[in-house]
Design a protein around this ligand. Sequence first.
Ligand code: SF4
Length: 377
Amino acid sequence: MSLRPWRDIDRRVSRQIHVGSVPVGGDAPISVQSMTNTVTSDVQATISQIKELEEAGADIVRVSCPDEETTTALKDIVKAAAVPIVADIHFHHARAIEAAEAGAACLRINPGNIGNAERVRDVIQAAKDHGCSMRIGVNAGSLEKHLLEKYGEPCPEAMVESALDHVRILQDHDYHEYKISVKASDVFLSVAAYQQLAEAVDCPLHIGITEAGGYTSGTVKSSIGIGSLLWAGIGDTLRVSLSSDPVDEVRVGFEMLKSLGLRHRGVTIISCPSCARQGFDVIKTVQTLEERLAHVSEPITLSIIGCVVNGPGEARETDLGFTGGGAGSGMVYVSGRPDHKMSNEEMVDHLVGLVENQAQMMRDNQPDNPVASENEI
Ligand code: SF4
């Protein structure tokens, strides 16, 4: 029995596969993915976006490979990337083989859509030869015609049946390094499909709500959909799909995992909404701190509370804290205890310095494995 059983999440036990160096499934941390939106054949632009995503903490990045130019570019992109690259392929078997040869760690492709048996065999062989895993990506918006006719409309059963049809093809070729997604833009449909799929297969699941919308609406929708799956223990890797900067997808993904205690990357700011009692401008301070601390990957908690109504209580539970007081200054908390006073003007620079020092100390103590260390708190 854990100390706080109401926080426990029993993760569904899946078998583990690898996307390049990143384990997915089993007891691996839930990985966060995003996708580039540059033109893939513009190698420099694509690499620079991948670097931004890596900086934000992305574990895996996907790039579209619609034509031969892009699979040619993929070679240089894979070489420059520190994270494994997933090649997004639709239908075209030659692109899949080229992407595997170019060093893609994973192919996002539905084997049932590749074409004749020979093409399917060639793609699977290329994946085996080059150590590529695959993601079967079922999407409610592009379900096979015969399933739509059978079920009348996209529904969880149709999506799971589609996934299982693709799985069968891979298994018939003795290929087992795959994960599956069953995404829909409708939260109910997507969640129900994942719940049914989780019962039907033992492979890892890539979860997400597709075409979720813009930054705010998409974040809310994804948090409800992905959040409820994660809370039920379902999901081994995730992508938040936003019509926004791909870096936002990574940040939102980590915030979801942090909210559920599943991963702990970066600074978590606990802050009050502010009101007339605030001793400093809470909203502006939090916005500035979020920007200035975005580069910190060590798991550190920081409370920024406008006044003593909730300040001391929240500070007790965080690594560092600031609570507004009177006369233009407030109290800095260290390890839950009031430590020293600081003026409102100097407080942001001061807190950034304290967080960076703490991050440095954590790095000095655990230099080897950032994923392991972020999960050890
Ligand atoms: S902590 Fe204080 S300033 Fe913040 S919302 Fe509550 S009462 Fe208002």
